[in-house]
Design a protein around this ligand. Structure first.
Ligand code: NAP
Ligand code: G4F
Length: 338
């Protein structure tokens, strides 16, 4: 049985990738951080017991190189997917050094752990469209120069180039997936799409009345996370390692996402959305749109879920979530069940 190691297994992508790899017959080892609560396993909670048996959770941290060395030695994975990161762009302005240690140097810690193990490992690095930042061409492809706009983006550029450097220097099978924004009902609640879908559901159920957002003009190329983890796996099945842009090729503004989400539940977004400077960033990425032709040609990958379907999927899931988790009290307040 093949063993795959996933860092960031408790995150959005980690959970979808685990399911995919288990379906394909892998034993999955996931790196988890020690936390005082077990809440951060919630994205794996829905897995049936027989699937859970194929997942081993092992304590470790991207900033603790010795833990990564120990994990590679102990489990001898043939594929390593490095998804762990402090992945929130705005938070990276508040914690720039921490972000660079986890998101940037963390990747190098893993590459070193693999290099000194002398094992044959295929490595996937979760690169990001944030690396394009203040875009120098549109749509962005593998040749577009990087111009990151945040400590997160800069850290990802470091992780990307060190991955390429270890490929060129040591002949390692390292591939970078430059993934554009991808979302799902499992998206963290402080990313804009999920913030909107959850906000819409709470407003529909009269738990809230307003949704406060930052820059509505920003445009993103949004796809579905379940489609994108398939591309990660495909990259590691290639004979030659390489770097690929993964995107839908369609770009929509935050405003358009709001319009689509509110109108799906028969509401007018303009009555509920208000602007709040607290959610803007010191430097913004105005517009991202990816060209995934190389992935289509070489990996045979293309997205299956379009923008409208994604919005509907997220809003429907959050409406069910809100109905399940919030209850009406006769006093007139609605209280969270949790
Ligand atoms: P996510 O939901 O924020 O998950 C991040 C994961 O990293 C979590 O499992 C988290 O663990 C883990 N982590 C954070 N700090 C760590 C540390 N010091 N040591 C070990 N693990 C740590 O992110 P995602 O959306 O799934 O994205 C996966 C990867 O793709 C990230 O690297 C992200 O930067 C990158 N990416 C994402 C997108 C996107 O649109 N989603 C696009 C391009 C690239 P806890 O649960 O303990 O916090
Ligand atoms: O949802 P976001 O926070 O995602 P962002 O910054 O594009 O980063 C995500 O995608 C990257 C891929 O390009 C990943 F690498 C990264 O890890 C992460 O997953 O914000 C999207 C846009 C931004 O322009 C932001 O300014 O939405 C705008 N926005 C407007 N109001 C908001 C809000 N973003 C957040 N999080 N919260 C708001 O209230």
């Amino acid at each position: 049985m093949k063993t795959a190691l996933i860092t960031g297994i408790t995150g959005q992508d980690g959970s979808y990738l685990s399911e995919l790899l288990i379906e394909k017959g892998y034993r999955v080892v996931g790196v988890v951080r020690r936390s005082s609560s077990i809440e951060n396993r919630s994205r794996l909670d829905h897995l049936p017991p027989e699937t859970r048996k194929q997942i081993i959770l092992q304590y470790g941290d991207m900033t603790d190189a010795s833990s990564l060395v120990g994990i590679i030695k102990k489990y001898e994975p043939c594929e390593v997917y490095n998804l762990a990161a402090q992945s929130h762009v705005k938070v990276s302005f508040e914690q720039p050094i921490y972000t660079s240690e986890v998101t940037g140097v963390g990747a190098l810690n893993m590459l070193e752990a693999i290099r000194i193990s002398d094992q044959e490992v295929k490595f996937y690095q979760a690169s990001s469209s944030e690396q394009f930042g203040k875009v120098e061409a549109s749509p962005q492809n593998e040749q577009t120069p990087f111009h990151p706009r945040s400590p997160y983006g800069v850290s990802k550029v470091f992780a990307h180039w060190i991955t390429v450097n270890y490929r060129e220097s040591y002949g390692m099978h390292n591939s970078c997936g430059i993934l554009f924004n991808h979302e799902s009902p499992r998206r963290g609640e402080n990313f804009v799409t999920r913030k909107i879908s959850l906000g819409v559901a709470k407003i529909k159920e009269e738990i809230d009345n307003k949704l406060f957002l930052g820059n509505l003009d920003a445009k993103r190329d949004w796809g579905f996370a379940g489609d994108y983890v398939e591309a990660m796996w495909l990259m590691l099945q290639q004979k030659q390692p390489d770097d690929y842009v993964i995107a839908t090729g369609e770009s929509h503004s935050v405003r358009e996402f709001c319009e689509a989400a509110f109108s799906h539940l028969g509401m007018d977004w303009e009555k509920h959305v208000e602007s709040d400077q607290a959610y803007t960033r010191p430097a913004e990425v105005d517009m991202l749109c990816g060209d995934a032709s190389k992935a289509r040609q070489k990996l045979g990958w293309k997205p299956k879920v379009n923008f409208k379907e994604l919005v509907k999927m997220m809003v429907d899931a959050d409406l069910a979530f809100v109905k399940d988790n919030f209850t009406y009290k006769h006093s007139g307040f609605r209280l969270s069940k949790r």
